[in-house]
Design a binder for this molecule. Structure first.
Ligand code: NAD
Ligand code: DAU
Length: 331
């Protein structure tokens, strides 16, 4: 199989490409990535020999057309992915997430290629903090932020291209990923890199918001299961029953670093901050037989801390600029 992976130099994409090269010698991988602030050639270093990296924009019609023509299937991960950035400047989110997805859909329609769209549980909005309700494939869309509304728009385009043009596409909506190669703007790597630098972790609001954590390798195995065995036109929710409050995550990190569990700071909240995400992934488990392999969040978190301690050269170049942005936001 000749696979085109968009956003393959980002967090989930680089893990997806590395895992694919490691485990599937029959697949040849081309990555299309604009190498924005969030993309890093170094994230593909372990498999650089085996991957063709094309630096370019998913909204570039001619480039996308020629790459799609030369592949059998597309896994679409490229996106502007950070909520805080989307609140400060939504425009790039519309261009990449909406126009970029449209550009890819038109190309796969022209060339009759298989398409998998990687999306987020944030399209469903949020759940109350109290209670045990979870998102399912039939939860109505109700996005809160510029980021999640552009991802919701991109999902709608994929569904429409399936129904109206018969494009052979699947969608997945996953909860919060953690693991190696995640940009230091995101919650867990920001706190780990802060702790390495002797800076106290920063919790938005009261730290009571809940996220449903999944290891990036489990997410990527689910994407492969859907690509190979998923039904065209279907949406699959991906989640590993990993609900924790943000405060619990910071306390666990402080414990790993041997600091008191309350050695964190509360900072002003994110506007429109979604309260709680939780995924019911029964369809994926029952129909495709997928199960998470990282079931112990504390152990996964500890391995992630070790990765950031051992790979400072990878994240250090991004740290100062990221914290400058946060300082400007007062967070
Ligand atoms: P990321 O920000 O780490 O990586 C995004 C990648 O896309 C970067 O390499 C960037 O250079 C590239 N990119 C951005 N704009 C581009 C453009 N116009 N053309 C080509 N490449 C471009 O994001 P991530 O966390 O790896 O997320 C990947 C995908 O997974 C996104 O679609 C995101 O919505 C989705 N997702 C993420 C999570 C999560 O927890 N991180 C959870 C569910 C779904
Ligand atoms: O649910 C899937 C989504 O998860 C993906 O679609 C997004 O691409 C990804 O960024 C992530 O979105 P979140 O907004 O949940 O992730 P973030 O890492 O920005 O924040 C996680 C939680 O931690 C959130 O409740 C905000 C909080 N937070 C974040 C930062 C950066 C803090 O308390 N302190 C911080 O310093």
């Amino acid at each position: 199989m000749r696979l085109l992976v968009t956003g393959g130099a980002g967090f989930i994409g680089a893990n997806f490409v590395q895992q694919t090269v490691r485990e599937r010698p029959d697949v040849t991988v081309t990555v299309l990535d604009a190498l924005t602030y969030a993309g890093d050639r170094a994230s593909l270093a372990p498999c650089a020999q085996d991957v063709d990296l094309v630096v370019g924009d998913v909204a570039d019609v001619d480039l996308v057309d020629s790459l799609v023509a030369g592949c059998d299937a597309v896994v679409h991960l490229a996106a502007e992915s950070h909520n805080d950035n989307s609140l400060a400047d939504p425009r790039p989110f519309l261009r990449t997430n909406v126009e970029g997805t449209f550009t890819l859909l038109e190309a796969v329609r022209r060339h009759g290629r298989r398409f998998h769209h990687v999306s987020t549980d944030e399209v469903y909005g949020d759940l109350p903090l109290e209670g045990s309700t979870r998102f399912t494939e039939s939860t109505p869309y109700n996005p809160s932020s510029p980021y999640s509304s552009t991802k919701a728009a991109s999902d709608m385009l994929v569904r429409a291209w399936c129904r109206s043009y018969g494009v052979e596409a699947t969608l997945s909506n996953c909860s919060n990923n953690y693991g190696p190669y995640q940009h230091v703007e995101k919650f867990i790597p920001r706190q780990i890199s802060n702790l390495i630098d002797g800076v106290r972790p920063k919790l938005y609001g009261t730290g009571a918001n809940v996220r449903d954590w999944i290891h990036v390798e489990d997410h990527n195995r689910a994407v492969w299961a859907i690509l190979e065995r998923g039904r065209a036109g279907r949406t699959y929710l991906i989640g590993a029953d990993g609900e924790h409050t943000n405060r619990e995550v910071v306390e666990a990190l402080l414990e790993i670093f041997g600091h008191p569990r309350d050695a964190y700071d509360l900072v002003p909240d994110r506007p429109g901050h979604d309260l709680r995400y939780a995924i019911d992934s029964s369809l994926l488990r029952e129909e495709l037989g997928w199960e998470p392999t990282y079931r112990d969040f504390a152990a996964g978190l500890e391995a992630t801390v070790r990765w950031y301690q051992d790979n400072e050269r990878w994240w250090r170049p991004h740290k100062d600029r990221t914290e400058q942005r946060y300082r400007a936001l007062g967070r």
